[in-house]
Design a protein around this ligand. Sequence first.
Ligand code: AMP
Length: 574
Amino acid sequence: MIPFSKVADVFAEIEERSGRIEMTGILAELFKKAGGNEIGKLVYFVQGIVAPPYEGIELGMGEKFAMEAIASSSGHTRAEVEKNYRQSGDLGLTAEHYGGKKRQQALSASEMNADYIYAALIKIAKTSGTGSSELKKKYLTELLNNATPHEARFIVRFVLGRLRLGVGDPTILDALSVAKKGDKSWREPLERAYAICSDMGYVAQTFYENEKAIAHFTVQPFKPLMPALAERLANPAEIIDKLGKCAVEEKYDGFRLQCHKKGERVELYSRKLERMTHMFPDLVEAIRELKPKELIFEAEALAYNTKESRYYPFQQTMHRRRKHGIEAASKELPLNLFCFDMLYIDGKDMTERPYGERRKALEKLFPSGILKLSEMSLVDDPKTLKKIFDSALKRGLEGIMAKDLGAPYAAGKRKFAWIKLKKSYGKSVDTIDGVVAGYYLGKGTRAEFKFGGLLLAVYNPDRGKFETIAKIGSGFSEDEMVGLEKTLEKIKRETAPERLDYRVEPDFWVELKYVIEVAFDDITLSPTHTCGLHEGKGYALRFPRLMRLRDDKGVNEVTTTREVIEMYEEMHKS
Ligand code: AMP
């Protein structure tokens, strides 16, 4: 069993390095020491999680309780701890500081191994209900009593949900391959396995126990795949140039669901791979009745107005993603599912099959009651594509999705297998999805709401960094401002998010958590923002306004810097 102090030392070492090659080497050394029953947990540690997101086991203890635990384990007062935190800006460092200054050593101080820490973290995560905060605090205090200062740093960051070692998933996959095979030759099959089950701990454990199972890894019900993402092109001609003859589907403006069925059990996963089954009893019922015993398919859910025979707008549909009043909501806003991809059917993994074949499998099953089939036409010229696009817009849809007829399902990847063409692209109003990085206090009349605007960032996957692109000061109603202030207050942080590059500072930084859709009139170059920064200037949105919260989207799925640059070029070409 690996002592947790060893893991903490490795984490501390990783934090001081920034090169991927170095990090891979250090991690591989740690992984080499792990047995098949340990490696999965170690991988979760490095990812800063205790289980894949769809298990719904989340840490994220409040700062207040963590401070109290640090205080009681070290024999200092809560006020002292808080003061130190204000200076350090990182409760992990504060815990480390007090870990070395315990007024009283724990009587039973003994070495904790990685397994023990994992079990304790799971216990903390799973404690819920009334009085749970006090209990969580008690468990954390016990852990800190036995921890070395290094251990304390990482345990506290972990329970706050802020481990962030800066190690990306690709580095972990490389390290696994190096640990077991001495080189990176297994990176690709490992990456594919991860993309089609979204559980790196499970992939690591499988690799250690039976590497052949990784080479022949297939999708499985109840292990959701990372969703395929769409590229974006400016007009029908570019799409036909890229794909030739292709399938053109309507792009429905609802929320994406990955539907899994095995026997009587049905589970529904959001685009961020959270399990949402309990929210949609109407859909679960319809899916359970489908003939195949085992099934995984993808669909877009839309609320349907039966009286007026039309679909509700996105905002209404999103009322169905709720925790309470589910029965009433399902009567008031019945959903239809537009099924657009078939990933697995009765033991057969379809993800490697071309689109055409997957579509046929889909057409055999749907429509079936409220489970509809996405509208699709085969198109090989820009004119026809434009006609379909215009007609989709006229009917209030968002646009179209063009799909490469021969392409497999690109789990977790943004590829030209799917290309979206959206409303008003290249015209005077356009939108992007960005993540909120901070917020401003109000001035003048807005001051009474304590809210003055948002700092927005997009993602640059080439650098693994978020880059700022706008300060948004309009588009909010008074109610929304109050709501936003309350929501953001909960995720406030003392320092800028580690993965953010910035040149302007908001009044408050926040965790990179909320994705919003923002409309704007133009893109300009400005010295204040870091998006695509070159020669001292970055891309910036002109007249940005908040359109809506996109809580169906994960932060890594926001608009990319490259997409922004393409939009800029498209808008400014003469
Ligand atoms: P976007 O959210 O703009 O990046 O567009 C991609 C999203 O469009 C997907 O994640 C789906 O939720 C949604 N969508 C709507 N209709 C379709 C369709 N026919 N095929 C694929 N995705 C679709």
